[in-house]
Structure formats: structure tokens, C-alpha cells
Write a protein that binds this ligand. Structure first.
Ligand SMILES: Nc1ncnc2c1ncn2[C@@H]1O[C@H](COP(=O)(O)OP(=O)(O)OP(=O)(O)O)[C@@H](O)[C@H]1O
Ligand SMILES: Nc1ccn([C@@H]2O[C@H](COP(=O)(O)O)[C@@H](O)[C@H]2O)c(=O)n1
Length: 229
């Protein structure tokens, strides 16, 4: 039987990490975990409780909220989509909203939030056979991952891809708004004190500006084969 490994995919916002991670997980029959969705769920809960105002997070109840909320992932085989749940409620669309996108990096910079979510992420990766994408997966969550990929793409290409996706969902947003959100998140993610976004020393870089997902799969195939046999 093939050896099970951990694949860590990090990189900039909206460069195709989750699309690639899902494709690899499907090919290998691995568990796929979108760690960004976990930060988005916490952000949604804080917004729902009115605890984020004017760019400031009220952290007084944070510890109990982090203990109480239950973040889950399920796969809808009919629609072939992953669904993120918050205490059993499917919140996949809500966590992708511009409101959550505009506050998530602020929440992700809070040390207590990171401590709790990293704990949950490590638990999920215990048995290996997992592909996880995020910002600190290869540097902090799984520093011993067998394969680490650091993804990037031209910001304007990333914004156009994300705009297309949001417009297809019926959201009324402009290219400028999407680009601004991507640049702001990248800035906060790279400059926060705890677990800033950076390439792990042993990660391989993938710039997919001019690549299709199929070409990315060809790019990764040899590496995966070498590590799993
Ligand atoms: N190689 C590619 N070529 C064209 N479009 C792509 C490619 N990879 C991903 N996309 C599209 O780009 C958009 C962003 O991709 P995805 O959600 O996978 O990025 P991400 O890095 O996980 O984003 P985020 O960090 O915001 O969660 C999606 O609409 C996806 O379909
Ligand atoms: N490991 C991670 C994953 C995500 N974040 C933060 O969450 C935001 C949303 O993530 P997406 O992957 O859905 O874009 C992201 O901008 C980061 O601020 C993180 O800090 N660490």
C-alpha cells in the first residue's frame, strides 16, 4: 500500500490553494482541510455576536466562544462541493461573503484564535493522508510535512479569478474591491506577529499565473509519486 503523507499548501490570498489542494486530495483519496475556512467561521461567529466594530475585535468572550464553537467539514457528493459547518449549520456561503473576507485577517492575527485552531488542525492531521491549505501549514501547523508547496500568482490575475467566482454567485462587487481585499489580506497576513505568511525553507514554489489546474497536477505528480511509494 502507498505510504500516507501530509501535504501542506500555503500561499497568498485567492491564488488557487484550495482548488489545487482539493484536486490533489481527490487524486490520492486523502482528507482535504481548508484551514482558512476555520478562521472564517470564527470571524462569522464574532460578527454575528456583534463583537467586531470599526475594525476592533472585542476579545472579552473569545476563550469561551472558541471552546463552544464546533467547526465541521462535510462533502456533498451530489453537488461535489465541500461544506463548512458552524455548530452543525452549513455556513459555506456566509463565510465566503465580502463582510467575512474583510474582517478575517484581523481575527486571524489574534494569538488565542491561532492557538485553538492550530490545535484542531494538528488533531485532524494525526493520521496523515491529509492535504491542508492555509498560510502557516508548512511553517507552524505541520513543520514536518513531507511535501510543502508555496503558491503565488499575479495579484490582478487572482482578483479577476475571484471576481468571476463572486459574480457567478450573484454578488455585486467590483474588480477594485476584490483586488483591495486581496492586497489588504496579504499585507496583514505577512506582517502579523504570530505565524506570519512566509514560505517554509523546504517548500517548493508554484506560480500558477499562467497555469491551468491540470498543468498544476502534472507539475506535482512526480513529487507525490516519489514521496508515497
Ligand atoms: N490555475 C487556475 N486557473 C484559473 N483559475 C483558477 C486556478 N486555480 C484556481 N482558480 C480559480 O481562482 C479562484 C480562487 O481559487 P481558490 O479559492 O482555490 O483560491 P485560494 O487560494 O484557496 O483562495 P483564498 O485564499 O481566498 O481562500 C477560484 O474561483 C478558482 O476556481
Ligand atoms: N492557516 C491559515 C489560513 C487562513 N488564515 C487567515 O484566514 C484568512 C482566510 O483564509 P482563506 O484561505 O480562506 O483566504 C486569510 O486571509 C488569513 O488571514 C490564516 O491566518 N492562517
Amino acid at each position: 500500500m502507498d505510504k500516507k503523507i501530509v501535504i501542506a499548501i500555503d500561499g497568498f490570498s485567492s491564488c488557487g490553494k484550495s482548488t489545487f489542494a482539493k484536486a490533489i486530495a481527490k487524486r490520492l483519496g486523502y482528507l482535504y482541510i481548508d484551514s482558512g475556512a476555520m478562521y472564517r467561521v470564527v470571524t462569522l461567529e464574532l460578527l454575528r455576536r456583534g463583537l467586531i466594530k470599526d475594525g476592533v475585535v472585542d476579545t472579552s468572550m473569545l476563550q469561551s466562544i472558541l471552546k463552544e464553537i464546533n467547526i465541521g467539514f462535510s462533502y456533498d457528493p451530489v453537488k461535489m462541493v465541500y461544506l463548512t459547518t458552524l455548530n452543525g449549520e452549513v455556513v459555506e456561503d456566509e463565510i465566503r461573503s465580502p463582510q467575512v473576507a474583510n474582517h478575517v485577517s484581523l481575527v486571524a492575527a489574534i494569538p488565542a484564535v491561532r492557538t485553538r485552531l492550530v490545535e484542531l488542525q494538528r488533531e485532524l492531521g494525526k493520521k496523515k493522508g491529509i492535504v491542508m491549505d492555509g498560510r502557516d501549514i508548512g511553517t507552524v501547523v505541520f513543520p514536518n510535512a513531507e511535501l510543502k508547496i508555496f503558491m503565488t500568482a499575479d495579484p490582478i490575475v487572482r482578483a479577476r479569478r475571484r471576481l468571476k467566482e463572486l459574480q457567478e454567485k450573484g454578488l455585486n462587487v467590483t474588480l477594485d474591491e476584490v483586488l483591495k481585499n486581496i492586497e489588504e489580506r496579504d499585507y496583514i497576513d505577512q506582517n502579523r506577529d504570530v505565524a506570519p505568511l512566509r514560505k517554509a525553507d523546504d517548500a517548493v514554489v508554484l506560480d500558477n499565473t499562467n497555469m491551468t489546474v491540470e498543468e498544476q497536477m502534472e507539475w506535482v505528480e512526480e513529487m507525490v509519486k516519489r514521496l508515497t511509494v
